[in-house]
Design a protein around this ligand. Structure first.
Ligand code: GAP
Length: 535
């Protein structure tokens, strides 16, 4: 699937727009249009329903070590600045960037790729930026231009080694930046904290600096005690939250994949340290299965376990659920969700002061004066099991998903071009969004075949009665084939047509978006039929 086609459909049909488009847009920010807002809301609702409100607290689900409870929270975006100091985001949440003195462009250090190449007795490291679709070809063009050579002489370039990241290069004097004409224009890598700063109140001093949350998780940790005390949940249990997060990404890209403002769907699952490994395995499988159930092709999904050396020592594991987004090169996958075993790092850091993750067992990180570098709340965030009497700091397993990335993956999966007959029975190429009925923005469209003979009246009655339960759409304009096409592009799974026969026997036809199959049902049975079909 060509990504341009999906991007153009998203704009044309109102799934997604660039934020502030009439002013030229703003990089890394996206708006959801009339169809997009329904799609994303349905995804978040399905997640909440499947993980929280629909969860059976009494049953032991397949693969789960025990029955468990689930509950929710909705925390503020701006929190006490100390939260981010104890969570580690203040000190550690950064990327390295390099600036080009010549082109004035900024790049993420690890996202510049390049190759060593020699010509005319000079060896350089020619590079391409992260937005390059074919880095090898772009690097060759850069090198030819630098050496003043024509493309027909490309054979004279002597390549030394494969494509590697700029992070492997020490001497930047030999580096030709992705958009530069001369060597050595890139600055050394500098740390860049990804949290957006803001100011609270009118005075605006340094003490009033606050941050827009870069993850929803911390709101859950700092409310752990409130939830335990107010809802009588018992470990093991999970707290879920859906909400906006903000990261000042250096290179936002690939449509909504890496945005600066996005929504997360996160669960912090609190369990006894002894069973945390089993819970980690359970959540990995549970969350992987969810994407399959919602319609993502298993062949395009992987569960990638992080290498042991990538893990903090307190973590038993982290796995990413990744999807083969069509904008990525063949064989590459992009992260949809991370499932992390976080041990007791977060609760203890908010209790005692930010822990030093490199210590074993973990101890509070100290400043030059030997005092905690970032003071904790001093509140007791341990848990007492009222049956066994044991007191412990629960371990946390965190399935953390992105609502925008999930939306993008479902859009990519749904985009299909096939053939369907037009009004005259001739086969035509059609674009159809094969979205799972649960997340489709419009569940059914209702059409009177013609605008006369009582058909609009009957169709409107049906529309009004279905509208009580679902987002349905009424359309009486134009040829019926054209109306079908519009709904196919919107991803509407069912079209209901009221025709001459309907006026005789009170039946209507249902057309299935994907199979194009049509069948008649009694108008009175429509609601029940749709309920079965939508699931
Ligand atoms: N609390 C853990 C956490 O935030 P993360 O891997 O940084 O972990 C979790 O983020 C998920 O949030 C990612 O898997 C992705 O779906 C989404 N996400 C993260 N950064 C994003 C961005 N810049 N744009 C869109 N989604 C993003």
């Amino acid at each position: 699937m060509e990504m341009e086609k999906l991007v153009s459909l998203c704009k044309r049909r109102g799934f997604m727009f660039q934020s502030s488009e009439i002013y030229g847009g703003i990089n890394g920010f996206w708006d959801y249009g009339p169809l997009g807002v329904e799609l994303k809301r349905n995804i978040k609702d399905a997640w909440w329903r499947d993980m929280v409100t629909g969860h059976d607290d009494l049953a032991q689900l397949p693969g789960a070590p025990a029955a468990y409870e689930m509950t929710g929270l909705d925390c503020t975006i701006i929190m006490h600045p100390q939260v981010w100091k104890c969570s580690g985001h203040y000190d550690l949440f950064h990327d390295y960037m390099v600036d080009c003195r010549e082109s004035k462009k900024r790049y993420r250090h690890d996202q510049i790729q390049g190759r060593w190449v020699e010509a005319k007795d000079k060896k350089i490291f020619a590079t391409a930026g992260s937005d390059s679709e074919s880095p090898e070809a772009d690097i060759e063009r850069q090198a030819l231009k630098f050496f003043g050579m024509r493309s027909k002489n490309a054979d004279e370039l002597k390549w030394d080694g494969p494509l590697v990241s700029l992070t492997t290069v020490d001497d930047f004097e030999q580096v030709l930046g992705p958009d530069a004409k001369s060597l050595g224009t890139l600055t050394p890598p500098r740390e860049f904290n990804l949290m957006f700063k803001t100011t609270i109140g009118a005075l605006g001093g340094e003490a009033d600096t606050a941050f827009l949350r870069p993850e929803t998780a911390q709101g859950i940790f700092v409310n752990f005690k409130n939830v335990v005390d107010s809802s009588r949940v018992r470990v093991p249990f999970g707290i879920a939250q859906v909400g906006k997060s903000f990261r000042n990404e250096i290179t936002p890209r690939n449509f909504t994949f890496r945005s600066r403002e996005f929504e997360q769907m996160e669960i912090e699952f609190f369990c006894h340290p002894d069973s945390s490994q089993e819970w980690y395995r359970y959540w990995r499988e549970r969350r992987f299965q969810w994407y399959k159930d919602m319609g993502l092709d298993e062949g395009k999904l992987i569960l990638r376990e992080h290498d042991p050396e990538e893990l903090a020592h307190y973590s038993i594991g982290t796995a990413d659920i990744e999807y083969a987004f069509p904008f990525l090169p063949e064989g590459e996958y992009g992260e949809l969700e991370g499932i992390a075993h976080r041990g007791d790092f977060d609760l203890r850091s908010h209790m005692e002061g930010k822990l030093d993750p490199s210590t074993n067992p973990m101890t509070v990180e100290l400043n030059e004066e030997g005092k905690p570098k970032h003071r904790g709340s001093g509140k007791d965030l341990s848990y007492r099991d009222d049956i066994t009497g044991e007191r412990f700091v629960p371990h946390v397993v965190e399935p953390s998903a992105g609502a925008d990335r999930a939306t993008l993956a479902f859009l990519c999966e749904a985009f299909t071009e096939d053939e369907a007959p037009d009004d005259k029975g001739n086969m035509q190429t059609r674009t159809v969004m094969k979205l799972h009925p649960r997340i489709a923005p419009i569940k059914a469209a209702i059409f009177p075949l013609v605008k006369k003979d009582g058909m609009p009246e009957m169709a409107q009655d049906i529309y009004r009665s279905l509208k009580k339960d679902w987002n349905v759409f009424y359309d009486e304009k134009g040829a019926v084939g054209r109306r079908y096409r519009r709904q196919d592009e919107a991803g509407t799974p069912f079209c209901i047509t009221i025709d001459g026969e309907s006026m005789q026997d009170q039946t209507v036809t249902i057309r299935h978006r994907d199979t194009l199959e049509q069948w008649r049902v009694k108008a009175d049975d429509l609601s029940g039929e749709l309920r079965k079909l939508i699931g």
